[in-house]
Design a protein around this ligand. Structure first.
Ligand code: FAD
Length: 341
């Protein structure tokens, strides 16, 4: 309540600029930050305001060139050993402090695991609202506010949400719903270095070990090739074919919800409305019917190749290439041919 009152008493006109949180892991930026810089640029231009990138991490200043090249005018840079791995406490304290000091009007963050943890905490601390898991952004013509669009009621409606009374206007946006712009390395800007205010005693959790999930699914959201399997594989053992095809293509493995619900694969493989949103160059849908909730997570793929024994399967409506046939015959034949190349 105290935080809320403090925020409400602030003059909303003091809050200026669009910020994009550039999520990084081990000094490597995740694509979603660059996707949001591209979209943030359009919002900032429409609002007549500046676009800033927020970089928090350990040794992340090598990313500044790319952040400018992708559209930022300014970068707020906070570095320190306490940021070497994502920690809820260190990152929340730091982003909250940046907001109190520099007062942005809008903050865009990826709806990743880290973004979904950090965004709502920071919004709570600064006493504003946050629209989670957005799939589109725009400017509301009547108010000039950011219009945040997200699926609601199990995907049955698309809700557009405004944040009229509080600042900053905050939201998390699903990876792969926007494209990255081509980098322009002639762009430069101002780097504002900010000292970390985090004390080691502020960090209440201790990282003991990092256990990596199967490599094949870990990078689903950033993969250029994805091979996804559905219920048409009939049994969990047959899913090995999907993994083999992904391996020969150097791609990642995905799954439909039917596969996840049946316990053949863990939830982190699921593509779709309640799973991951992906945007690879090539997406193979093998034994997947093409239900709307699945398509919602992969329709921004550049090329979709569907393998299904039913010529009427809805997936063929969005596929660029379709193979009508049995996955148990088509996939081994594909693997053999690819191995010959
Ligand atoms: P099915 O729909 O059963 O399709 C199997 C397909 O395989 C069929 O088209 C069949 O012709 C084909 N087939 C069968 N045998 C073979 C063979 N031997 N060779 C070739 N083809 C064969 N689903 C998701 O995927 N992701 C989500 O995030 C998601 N979220 C949801 C959220 C909500 C609120 C709801 C209500 C549903 C959601 N679903 C989601 C479920 C979705 O509606 C479908 O039920 C699901 O996608 C179906 O999975 P599937 O295509 O693997 O299975």
């Amino acid at each position: 309540r105290e935080v809320e009152e403090k925020n409400v008493s602030m003059n909303k006109d003091e809050f200026k600029g669009v910020w994009v949180y550039i999520e990084q892991v081990g000094g490597q930026a995740r694509n979603v930050g660059y996707e949001l810089l591209n979209e943030g640029r359009k919002l900032a231009d429409a609002m007549g305001q500046e676009l800033a990138g927020i970089l928090i991490g350990d040794n992340v200043d090598q990313l500044t060139k790319e952040v400018f090249a992708r559209g930022a005018d300014t970068i707020y840079l906070v570095e320190g050993k306490e940021f070497s791995h994502y920690s809820t406490d260190a990152y929340t304290i730091t982003l909250t402090d940046l907001i109190h000091t520099y007062k942005p009007a809008v903050i865009l963050m990826g709806a990743t695991n880290d973004g979904r943890d950090l965004g709502p905490r920071v919004a709570g601390r600064v006493g504003t609202g946050l629209t989670a898991d957005c799939t589109n952004l725009g400017i509301d013509p009547a108010t000039g506010l950011v219009a945040w669009t997200r699926p609601a009621f199990g995907g049955n409606i698309m809700a557009t949400i405004l944040c009229p009374d509080h600042r900053p206007q905050m939201g998390t946006i699903r990876p792969n719903v926007f494209k990255r712009s081509a980098p322009d390395y002639s762009r430069t800007g101002e780097i504002i270095r900010v000292d970390s205010k985090v004390k080691m005693t502020d960090i209440r959790t201790k990282l003991l070990e990092i256990i990596r999930e199967g490599v094949a699914s870990a990078n689903l959201e950033e993969a250029e090739i994805i091979v996804s399997g559905g219920r048409g594989l009939s049994k969990p053992e047959s899913f090995a074919l999907i993994e083999e095809l992904a391996e020969v293509l150097g791609g990642a493995v995905g799954a439909s919800r039917a596969v996840v619900d049946a316990g053949w694969k863990p939830a982190l493989y699921q593509v779709g409305q309640t799973g991951k949103t992906v945007g690879p160059k090539v997406y193979f849908a093998c034994g997947i019917s093409g239900a709307i909730q699945h398509v919602a997570g992969m329709s921004s793929s550049d090329i979709v190749i569907a393998i299904n024994k039913d010529p009427e399967a809805p997936i063929f409506k969005i596929a660029n290439y379709g193979i009508v046939g049995d996955v148990m015959e088509v996939i081994p034949a594909l693997i053999d041919e690819i191995k010959k190349v």
